[in-house]
Design a protein around this ligand. Structure first.
Ligand code: XMP
Length: 516
């Protein structure tokens, strides 16, 4: 395992992903972890991430010097680089000379361990205020910029490496290559971490955990719960029952996708609960977004608990149902403080927040994986492309995409408009390019239009195409005009009562991705 020490900001997760893209397994540890504890995990290599602090700030995160003296290969990036420099006796000045964004790097040792085979001039992504002016003893300076005399250094004897910039970001042109050079050449690791290995390992772990007892899993229609269920099904077969609560707020074809395609691909035992009447009744007269979310979450739990009681009652003599399968991902684990075996179920859950007092042990076969890795596992398990490549969709569904009260008529209307938008985006080959494209019905707004020879007084729908890496921030997608035109023409022609299509051109922040 390669351990990525997290000095804050969002770099550590990106670094861990890049290491795994190099087929080497990696995990993140907070920078507050004692060095002895880090070393006790016997890491094959250590990477020190960037972070928002200055090494000179009082209270700035630091690491004991022993981390560089244990014989473990270390790669410092940005803040991690400066930390390595100061800890080992180099000089880091608060020069006031700042570098942000794209910077030209001049490589002075083109054959070095990190820079071998990369050009003498290369674009890198910088983000720092302090600068290293003298490398510690034993290090060779390998690159510089106009502003920073020491932008990279290496000590092959001690296997210590550092760069002032961020090799993990996309804008650093040879970043992945340099990271791989550290892993393969510097640390001598092999690219052996594979999806099929992950699947085998997790199947064995699930078998060991569940034994001959039973488990249930809530399916949301999303990628995570589908892949988690498929994996557990592989491990324990029919002793897993999946529950799919149809709240009536799904998009066109989604319930069928779970009922037919998912079952066909996995052979999973599925219980579908049609609860749309109940959800609609509970949502009657409600327009406030937070109210809607609470009601949907509450009803969901009730229906789920009822289904679970039925499953247990159906086979009382059987082995007990003690396990709940969840599609928790690694970023959730990192963000909630890491650690192992969380006892309680987190509230931000992709099936809409299950109660804290559920008496289950959790089975979380994806808790070490990033989203893109979950998709690869899904592929490996033979899940249909439509499920594996599915874009994010909120648990409360179309209920939070109708601004105003949720009614059956409005849902039907939005479902049609949404289906058209999705169809055209898919036909234009844009599914991978955009993160997701909510279609929102402004149910309480009407505007005047003209169609045929008559006046119309209908509702607008909003297209909200966004590009994003993690949904924390997003930008509006610059969709081609002809695709927008086709979507607009089709929606206004084919969906009754919609006479206007508008485009949301707000980034996040300040807007969120969803409208409610
Ligand atoms: P916002 O609107 O906060 O959305 O920018 C960020 C991402 O989260 C999705 N989303 C949800 N997902 N349950 C979910 O499982 C929810 O209640 C929920 N609300 C928003 C949203 O689609 C976007 O991808």
């Amino acid at each position: 395992t390669v351990l990525v020490v997290d000095f804050g900001a969002q770099y550590a997760q990106l670094i861990a992903r890049r290491v795994r893209e190099a087929r080497v397994y990696s995990e993140i540890v907070p920078s507050t972890t004692p060095v002895a504890e880090i070393l006790a995990r016997r890491p094959a290599a250590i990477i020190l991430s960037g972070g928002p602090s200055s090494v000179y700030e009082p209270g700035a995160p630091t690491l004991e010097r022993e981390i560089f003296e244990a014989g473990v290969p270390v790669f410092g990036m940005c803040y991690g680089f400066q930390l390595m420099a100061t800890a080992l006796g180099g000089t880091v000045d608060n020069t006031g000379a700042r570098e942000y964004g794209r910077t030209e790097l001049t490589v002075s040792r083109p054959g070095s361990t990190l820079f071998e085979g990369t050009p003498a001039e290369q674009s890198v992504w910088m983000s720092h205020g302090d600068a290293c002016s003298a490398a510690p003893e034993g290090f060779v300076v390998t690159a510089s910029t106009d502003v920073v005399p020491v932008a990279a250094f290496e000590d092959d004897a001690r296997r210590l490496y550092g760069v002032q910039y961020h090799p993990e970001v996309m804008h650093t042109v040879h970043g992945q290559q340099i990271l791989e050079h550290f892993l393969y050449r510097g640390a001598g690791l092999e690219p052996t971490w594979t999806t099929s290995g992950v699947v085998e390992e997790q199947i064995a772990l699930v078998r060991a955990q569940v034994g001959d007892r039973r488990a249930i899993c809530g399916l949301s229609g999303g990628v995570d719960s589908a892949v988690a269920a498929a994996l557990v099904q592989r491990a324990i077969g029919d002793r897993l029952t999946c529950v799919y609560v149809d709240h009536g707020l799904m998009r066109k074809g989604e319930t069928e996708q779970v009922e037919k395609d998912f079952v066909a691909a996995t052979g999973v035992k599925l219980k579908v609960v049609d609860a749309s009447e109940r959800f609609l009744a509970a949502l009657e007269g409600v327009s406030d977004p937070e109210q809607k979310r609470k009601i949907i979450g509450r009803e969901f739990i009730r229906v789920f608990e009822q289904a679970q009681a039925e499953i247990i009652a159906e086979a009382p003599g059987d082995q007990p149902v003690e396990f709940l399968v969840q599609g928790t991902l690694y970023p959730d684990v990192v963000e909630s403080g890491g650690g192992t075996g969380t006892a309680n179920i987190k509230s931000h859950h992709n099936v809409g927040g299950l109660p804290e007092d559920l008496q289950f042990q959790l089975v979380e076969p994806l808790r070490k994986l990033f989203k893109d890795e979950v998709r690869m596992v899904g592929q490996e398990l033979g899940l249909p492309e439509e499920i594996v490549q599915r874009q994010p969709f909120p648990g409360p569904g179309l209920g939070i995409r109708i601004v105003g009260e949720v009614t059956r008529e409005r849902l039907d209307l939005l479902r049609e408009a949404d289906a058209i938008a999705r169809e055209e985006l898919t036909a234009a080959g844009l599914d991978r390019e955009i993160w997701q494209c909510p279609v929102v019905l402004l149910a309480d707004v009407r505007s005047v239009g003209v169609q045929g020879d008559g006046r119309t007084y209908g509702h607008p729908v909003v297209l909200r195409p966004v590009s994003s890496e993690d949904a924390m921030t997003a930008d509006w997608s610059r969709l081609p005009y002809d695709v927008l035109a086709r979507i607009s023409t089709r929606i206004t022609n084919e969906v009754k009562d919609v006479n206007r299509v508008v485009l949301d051109v707000t980034s996040k922040p300040p807007g969120t991705i969803e409208w409610e």
